[in-house]
Design a protein around this ligand. Structure first.
Ligand SMILES: [Zn+2]
Length: 408
């Protein structure tokens, strides 16, 4: 591909300022195939052509041919990851993995601490092994992203990188697969105190690595998070600490160690695998045999209370004026990255209530490792959730309700 542009310093300056002044509304942009994005630019389909020119400049060799400059495309490294910006400081990274789990990894560039906060680390197992970048660390530290102004998320700057803080939403293999490569001495690994024994005892089974023929990653949790704990950094130091504006919420149910976290400055809640929409993959909300619906319903009730509290917060009450804050959004471990949190938690509680009440049909049953798993799915158009779990979990929830509901 060859592109001719004017070698005009004023034009260069105009491009630079355009890249700085871009509207926040256009923060989301795809990364994986820059050549395609650039082709869109050439065809005039992309709105912020100038900004992307800044990005692509790093990828092109410039040859002077008289009064004009020719830029010849070098091939950008291919990768099994895709990155999108979901709010001012946070990026959604999705992995095209060999298990078709398509886990969601969230990466937050903290504005007040030299930290890159990661929510989970994916499978570390590419579907296509021929990609040049298949490990999360390499992506974060070396791969230029159009949605981060053409920079990697954690490049060397002044000889340093941001330290990693990894918040583990739970220890399933598709969420901890990439953790080992980032678990250095400088890294902080946060997991739920409620699920400490679940993580420390037989991780190979509890992570499901054993059943996926995957080596169980080795890592040491550096901080066991309490329910409604405000995280500070550094976590283990007597130095003065930065309040990160992040609150952890223990949400056992999917697994005993399920942990949600809330970013108060972005008003964004991350819930791991507690729930997500079916999305384009038609993915049900899945419970392993260590799941617990009675505990799950209690956790969802607490999560709903938390979101209601946050949505009720108002700021700047002054002389009758109230600043209305944006409603809390929710990002999940699969499929859903920025939905309305209150509305979604209500909907999730609703479908579980209906399943426990016997109002949702079982559309498939199968036996896995000695347990019968049911798949519940409502009929009709616009169905948003389905649930797959050991039948036993539903029966326990029904018994807990005093046997008020008939079993299916
Ligand atoms: Zn899971």
């Amino acid at each position: 591909m060859t592109v001719a542009v004017r070698s005009d310093p004023l034009q260069e300056a105009a491009i630079s300022s355009a890249s700085i002044m871009r509207p926040e509304a256009d923060m989301a942009c795809e990364n994986t195939d820059r050549r395609q994005a650039n082709t869109d630019n050439l065809h005039g389909h992309h709105v912020y052509q100038d900004r992307n020119d800044i990005v692509y400049r790093q990828l092109y060799t410039i040859t002077i041919i008289g009064p004009a400059v020719t830029m010849t495309a070098s091939t950008p490294p291919s990768t099994s990851f895709t990155a999108t910006r979901i709010n001012t400081t946070t990026f959604l990274i999705t992995e095209d993995d060999s298990y078709a789990e398509h886990p969601f990894i969230y990466a937050k560039l903290h504005p007040n601490a030299p930290l890159l906060i990661l929510s989970d680390t994916g499978c570390d197992s590419p579907r296509d092994k021929d990609h040049q970048i298949v490990h999360l660390k390499a992506l974060l530290e070396t791969h230029a992203l159009a949605c981060n102004n053409g920079l990697p998320l954690n490049p060397l700057q002044g000889g340093r990188r941001r330290d990693y803080m990894i918040i583990c939403t739970h220890c399933h293999y598709d969420h901890i697969g990439g953790i080992e490569q980032l678990a250095t001495r400088q890294a902080t690994i946060v997991a739920s105190k409620h699920g400490r024994s679940f993580i420390e005892e037989d991780l190979a089974t509890h992570s499901l690595c054993k059943y996926r023929r995957m080596r169980t990653p080795r890592y040491r949790v550096s901080h066991w998070a309490e329910d409604r704990e405000d995280l500070k950094w550094p976590l283990s130091s007597s130095m003065s600490k930065v309040n990160l504006g992040i609150t952890t919420l223990q949400t056992p149910g999917h697994t005993p160690d399920s942990l949600a976290w809330y970013d108060s400055s972005e008003r964004h809640l991350y819930v791991g695998d507690s729930f997500y929409e079916m999305g384009s993959d038609g993915m049900p909300i899945i419970f392993p045999k260590e799941g617990d619906w009675v505990t799950f319903m209690r956790s969802m009730g607490a999560l709903r209370d938390f979101v209601l509290e946050q949505n009720a917060v108002v700021e700047g009450v002054e002389e009758g004026w109230v600043e209305v804050l944006p409603r809390v959004k929710v990002g999940c471990g699969h499929q859903t990255a920025a939905a309305d949190a209150e509305e979604m938690v209500e909907a999730v509680v609703g479908i579980f209530e209906r399943i426990i009440a016997g109002k949702v049909p079982v559309v498939m049953s199968e036996e896995v490792r000695g347990e019968v798993y049911d798949l519940w799915k409502e009929e009709g158009e616009g169905v948003r959730f389905s649930v797959r779990a050991p039948r036993r979990l539903c029966e326990e929830a029904r018994r807990h309700r005093g046997g008020a509901f008939a079993s299916t």
